[in-house]
Design a protein around this ligand. Structure first.
Ligand code: WQD
Length: 335
């Protein structure tokens, strides 16, 4: 099977490309390099020993998508491409709604025209909103999202549901990620956000490498064991493997609309993550407790039993692995 991977040079996309190639899939990559680097192509080729074709195009340009489908026989699509910074989305909602929604609609319209109807979508636990329970199961359904980024994810899920109702020849898998961190064991690919990171692990890495002075821990007065926020961190390689499992399920079952949580099934607090990072890497991370970040929830983590039951997938890597692999990547990046 040949899979078009949009956003394939990004953090999760690049790790998924490695797993697809190592599982015998052929891949075509579309990435506009808005939040990724062209050199990731060579790193993926070095890891896998396979050449990949990359189109540096933008999904907002419908003709460029059509060209890719005309030039390549594509059997399915994994769609990662999209803006994903929660804070930025609050400041620039129109940019987020236009980019994330229109790029997805363009892609789906071309797929429909070309009769390519296998689609895996990169969704997020943020679509649950604040369901009033920390353990998220798929049946909770979409809640009231708290930022435009999360709302675009929820809207795209709705679009996919409506598309399937209109034409049940589609095979659609919606994957709801929890908190992806870590890096490939080679240290060649990992998470490298531009500028000041929004997310916890990239911020820790920049403090550990002295690029930033100190980590602000957003609140220690939550109703959690140590008062700091609790999240379900998942190693990005485990997450990538989850996409291969979802693809195999689509190949096996064909038509259908499937929704899965991809998380480890347990939560770790901010301080637990900091302490684990320090312990496995022998590094001190300077931090200070500050006020809560607006919009943050105290605690949530995945119930991923459905992915285990239906996809035969579960996480294998530990928090130690995530901390070790993240730092290994950062050390190679800073040289
Ligand atoms: C994790 C914990 C913070 C930064 C978001 C999106 C989600 C996905 C992952 C894209 C929280 C605390 C963080 C810092 C801190 N994004 N924290 N200091 O908010 O759980 O999820 O990112 O796909 O969709 O919603 O992730 O890493 O920002 O925060 O104390 O500098 O770390 O309060 O408890 P979050 P995060």
């Amino acid at each position: 099977m040949r899979i078009l991977v949009t956003g394939g040079l990004g953090f999760i996309g690049s790790h998924t490309l490695v797993e697809l190639l190592e599982n015998g899939y052929e891949v075509i990559v579309l990435d506009n390099l808005y939040n990724s680097e062209a050199k990731v192509k060579e790193k993926i080729e070095k890891i896998t020993g396979k050449n990949i074709k990359v189109y540096t195009e933008d999904l907002l340009n419908k003709e460029s998508i059509e060209k890719i489908f005309d030039e390549n026989k594509i059997d399915g699509v994994i769609h990662f491409a999209g803006y994903k910074a929660v804070g930025e989305s609050v400041k620039k909602p129109l940019m987020y709604y236009h980019n994330n929604l229109m790029s997805t609609i363009n892609l789906l319209e071309i797929m429909k025209d070309k009769n390519v109807k296998s689609f895996i979508f990169s969704s997020s636990a943020t679509i649950y909103g604040d369901p009033g329970t920390p353990k998220y199961v798929e049946e909770l359904g979409r809640g009231k999202t708290t930022n435009p980024y999360g709302t675009t994810k929820a809207m795209i899920e709705q679009i996919l549901e409506d598309l399937y109702i209109s034409d049940n020849e589609w095979s659609i898998s919606i994957l709801r990620y929890f908190n992806p961190i870590g890096a490939h064991s080679s240290g060649l690919i990992g998470e490298k956000p531009n500028g000041i990171p929004n997310n916890l692990m990239p911020y820790i890495l920049k403090v550990a490498s002295h690029e930033l002075e100190i980590l602000n821990v957003f609140g220690n007065d939550y109703d959690t064991p140590d008062g700091t926020g609790v999240r379900d961190y998942i190693h990005v390689v485990d997450l990538a493997k989850g996409h291969v499992s979802a693809l195999k399920k689509i190949e096996e079952l064909g038509k259908g609309l499937y929704v899965y949580n991809l998380g480890s099934g347990r939560g770790y607090s901010v301080l637990e993550l900091i302490n684990t990072f320090e312990r496995v890497n022998g590094i001190k991370v300077n931090y200070k407790i500050v006020e809560r970040r607006a919009g943050d929830l105290a605690e949530y983590y995945a119930d991923s039993s459905k992915a285990l039951k239906e996809l035969g997938w579960k996480t294998e890597k530990t928090l130690e692995d995530m901390c070790r692999d993240s730092w290994n990547f950062m050390k190679k990046e800073i040289g």
